[in-house]
Ligand binder design. Sequence first.
Ligand SMILES: Nc1ncnc2c1ncn2[C@@H]1O[C@H](COP(=O)(O)OP(=O)(O)OP(=O)(O)O)[C@@H](O)[C@H]1O
Ligand SMILES: [Zn+2]
Length: 594
Amino acid sequence: MARFFSRLPARLQRRGAIAFIVLALAVAGGLFGLVMLHDAPEDVSYSVFSQQLAAGQVAKVTVGEGGLTVVRATGDRQFVRLPSGLLDAAYLDKLAASGVDVQVGRQEGEFAGVVGAVAPLLLLALIGLTLAFQFDVRGRLAWPPVAKAVPTRFRDVAGQEETKAELAEIVTFLKEPESFARVGARPPRGVLMVGPPGTGKTLIARALAGEAGVAFMAVAGSEFSAAFVGVSKNRVARLFKEARKRAPCILFIDEIDSLGKKRGAGGSAADREYDTTLNQLLVEMDGFQGSDGVIVVGATNRTDVLDPALLRPGRFDRHVHVGLPDVGGREAILRVHAARVKLGPDVDLRTVAKGTPGFSGAELANLVNEAAVHAARVGADAATMEHFEQARTKLLIGLERRSLVLDDDERRLVAVHEAGHALCATLLAAADRVHSATIVPHGGALGMVMRLPEKDRLCVPLDKLRADLVVAMGGRAAEEAVFGKDKVTTGAAADISFASDLAVRMVSEWGMSPRLGMIKIEKGDRDLPLEAQDEVRNIVDDAYRAARAMMDERRVALDRLAEELLRRETLNGDEVRQLVAESAAPADASLRAA
Ligand SMILES: Nc1ncnc2c1ncn2[C@@H]1O[C@H](COP(=O)(O)OP(=O)(O)OP(=O)(O)O)[C@@H](O)[C@H]1O
Ligand SMILES: [Zn+2]
C-alpha cells in the first residue's frame, strides 16, 4: 500500500506523458486530414475541361505543376492534367481571352505541401519534448516526492516493539541534534531495515518521520534503473541534493538491493552504469556532515546481496530486523486495521490471530479488508467471524507462502523442536545465552532460537564448541523424546549440516580429536580419511546423546517450553530461563556442571 502511494506521482506523470504523445498524434493527424480534405479537387479529363471552357463555365485557373487547377463558375474545384508542352504563353493567352482569370505561380496545393512537410517535423519535436520532459523536467519538478507533515506515528505500527525501541535514538537525534553535538557523538546516518515483504518497513520509516516531525522522502531502488547512460547516477545526486535542502528529513529508499547489489566484475555497459550509480550512492552517504540532519533509511528483504561497502560504518551501519509478527503482534495489527471496519459481536481477533501464523502485517491488513468486502457483498451490517474465515481461506489460496502456514500437527512439531534447542542452550553454561525462541517462520526456517554471544571471541574453547553441538542436536533430540524414534522429521537438516561442519573442523583443523591428535588432516579426493570421519561421527553422536539425555531428565521443562511456544509463538530469553527454572527437577545442579 505504502509503496503504491510513494510511487503514485511518478506513475501519474508517466501516464500524463503518454496522454501527451497521443494528443500530439491526434492533433497532427487532424491537421493533416483537414489539409487533405481541403485540397482534394476532383480530377477531370481534358475533354471535360474543354467543354466547360467552351460553355463558359470556368471562372479561374491556376497554372501549376503538371496541369491546371480549375475553379468553375459554380465554385467547384477541379484538376486537369496537361502535358507541359501545351502549357505555353499562347495557350494561357487563349484562356485569358476566353474570359478566364488566369493565375500562374503560387499553387493552390502549396499550403498543403508546407503543412504536409512540417507536420511530421512538428510531431518529432513534440515527441522529443515529451521524452525530455520524462527524463529531465519530470524529475526536476516532482521527483522525489516529499511529504512535509507525516501523520503516521509509532502507535500506528502494531507490534514491532523492538524495532521501535531501536529507532527511538534516531528520533531523539532528529528532534534535538544539539544533544548529540554537545557530547561530540557521531550522529546516525543510515539505518537498514531488513525483513520479509509486507512487514511494515515503509510504515515504520514513515512513523519515524512522523515521530520526529521531519519531512519524509520516499523512493524505490528500481527508480534508478534508467535506460540512458549517466541518468541513474544523476538521479542519485539529485536525490541527495533535495534531501539536504529539506533537512532535517528521512530519506527512505525501498528495495535498496536493486540499487546496492554487490558490484560485479562484469564489464558490460550496463554493469558499468550500475557501478557508477552505486558509487554515487556511496559518495553521497560519505558526504553527509553531522549537521545535515538527513537520515537515510533503506529497506531490503536480505542483506547478503548488498555490497559490503554499503554496510560500512558511516553508511548503513545500523541494522534493524523487521520480522513476521507473532500471535500477539498479529492480534495488535488486526486491531489497528479492524478499527476501520464494523465488526460483528462474535468476532474474536485473538482467534483470528491464532489462525493466521506466517501472515505479514500487509496480509493481515488485507484480511480485515477482505472480511469487510465479504460482509458487504452479502449485504451484512458488520463483518462476522464467518466472513473472516472466508477471507482467510481466500487469502491462503492466493498466498505463495502457503507452505509456511502450518497445520496444527506441524506447529506442534516445530514448537517441540525449538523447545529442545532452547532447553539445551539454557541448561548448558558454556553455550551462548538464549535471546529469543520463536515458531514464527524466519527466512527459510520454520522457527528458531536466537542466541547472543556474551562476548566476541577469537579463540573458541572446546567446551563451548561441545555445547554448541549439543544445542544443535537439541531439536532432533526433543522430537525423538516427545514423538518417538520413528516420528522424527526432516526439520533438523540445517542443524545436522551445522554440526557436521563444526565437527569436521574440530577434527581436521583444530586438533580436537583425542584419537587423531593435533595434526592437520587434509581431505582426500573427496572426503576426509575414514578414521577422521569416524571421529567426526563420534563427536556428533556424543553431542546427540547428551542432548537426548537432557530431554528425558528435563521433560517437564521441555513440555512447558513447547506449550508456551505454541501459545505465544515467541518467548524472550528471560521467559525461557524462567520457565526452565520453574520446572526444575532435582537433578538440575549436576546437569549445569556438565
Ligand atoms: N506492524 C504493523 N502494524 C500495522 N499495519 C501494518 C504493520 N505491518 C504492516 N502493516 C500494513 O501493511 C501495509 C504494508 O506495509 P509496508 O508497505 O510498510 O511493508 P513493507 O515491509 O515496506 O513491504 P515491502 O517490503 O513490500 O515494501 C501497511 O501499509 C499497513 O497497512
Ligand atoms: Zn533445529
